[in-house]
Design a protein around this ligand. Structure first.
Ligand code: ATP
Length: 367
């Protein structure tokens, strides 16, 4: 079993000015065997520190970490049966690719035949066979990245740890490497823990995702759940591009009254919002739920607004259109089959079937 478990794990750093600083606060979760778990969040949220604690490169201040069925609280990194792929790949420049990939196993004093077999298997999986006698500087960024992964594969670890491995690659190569990593995960059936600040990377790679902010785990879920049912405004605003729109309003009967519009809440949702009747709420609407009414077969009778469009961005198959509701700027993702003109009024349907409501104080989702 290659699961990784955190039980009430915290990490504090001594800070020169402020005293103690909590980088990870009371984290409890289980990364299941064979799972591809992605840690995502803004810079400084504690995701790398979490990964480094699994690796043993950082010791937790409190709590327990398990790999498989044993605690690794005091285990040295080399005794944790993990392999880490770093952002800068950390290849040895003076060694050939073959030597780089063999290095870990040589250190473990494994037999020569076993090392050769494992290196050639990994090279085949990663299409590196023709590059084994080159030096790292003779390789492209994507190839170097594959060597770094190859070096991890040959060790056949319980858990693979990846720290932003694609951030040094250009956009096109990143997409390609993303697919390769996904395939690799399926092929190896390995447990992978992966850190990124890029929510698109997280959504495309992760079987589950840990969203972190300021040292706190916000939500752990599948990509689909995070998108459809974000627990709070932070997750709703972080996952999805462009992010969810937030509009302040008041819940009155079956209406969310914003400064400009009375938007009708679907009947089946009202029960779960009952406690918030007469209270301030934050309405969350995804950009794709702002729809040009020309796109709809039947003209809707309600939830149609007619704002002046401030900005239109062309994305090819879609437009991003920006308009205001009171002080708030709203973005809609509209099919480019329809003509959208800046500084003109357009009729837009707000799909309240997909709405989310949040408590403005706690910022938690209601219902
Ligand atoms: P990034 O995406 O920028 O790498 P991150 O989410 O990976 O961010 P961490 O590297 O885990 O963030 O850092 C979390 C917090 O802990 C940050 O505020 C960072 O400054 C602080 N921190 C990390 N390492 C140390 C250290 N060795 N000493 C003091 N503070 C540290």
């Amino acid at each position: 079993m290659s699961e990784v478990r955190f039980v009430n794990v915290s990490k504090e750093f001594e800070d020169d000015n402020k005293g103690k600083f909590t980088a990870v606060n009371d984290a409890t979760f289980t990364i299941e065997d064979k799972e591809f778990m992605v840690f995502v969040g803004p810079s400084g949220c504690g995701k790398t520190t979490s990964l480094r604690m699994i690796a043993g490169l950082e010791r937790q201040t409190s709590g327990d970490i398990y790999i498989g069925d044993r605690t690794v609280n005091k285990a040295h990194p080399k005794d944790r049966d993990i392999a880490m792929v770093f952002q800068d790949y950390a290849l040895y420049p003076h060694m050939t690719i073959r030597e780089n990939m063999s290095f870990g196993l040589k250190n473990l004093k494994r037999p020569k035949e076993e090392i050769e077999k494992k290196v050639s298997e990994a090279a085949q999986i990663l299409s590196l066979e023709n590059l084994l006698d080159r030096k790292p500087r003779e390789l492209s960024g994507g190839q170097r990245q594959r060597v770094a992964v190859g070096r991890a594969i040959v060790r056949n670890p319980k858990v693979f740890l990846f720290d932003e491995p694609l951030s040094n690659l250009d956009a096109k190569l990143r997409v390609q490497m993303r697919m390769e990593l996904s395939e690799l995960h399926k092929r190896l059936g390995a447990t992978i823990v992966y850190v990124t600040h890029d929510q698109v990377e997280a959504m495309t790679l992760g079987t589950r995702i840990v969203v972190m902010n300021q040292g706190e785990i916000q939500q752990i879920d599948t990509p689909e759940e995070l998108y459809k049912n974000p627990k709070n405004m932070f997750v709703a605003g972080f996952i999805g591009s462009p992010p969810m729109n937030f509009v302040r309003g008041r819940l009155d009967g079956n209406i969310v009254q914003t400064v400009e519009h009375a938007l009708v809440v679907p009947e089946d949702k009202l029960l779960k919002y009952a406690e918030y009747q007469g209270k301030e709420v934050v309405l969350g609407i995804r950009p794709e739920d702002v729809i040009n009414i020309e796109h709809l077969p039947d003209a809707p009778a309600q939830n149609v607004i007619e704002p002046v469009i401030k900005i239109v961005e062309h994305l090819g198959s879609e437009f991003l259109v920006y308009f205001g509701i009171g002080e708030e700027t709203i973005v809609g993702k509209i099919s480019s089959d329809y003509h959208m003109e800046v500084f003109k009024k357009h009729q837009l349907y707000i799909n309240m079937e997909k709405m989310t409501l949040f408590d403005p104080q706690t910022q938690m989702r209601i219902g």
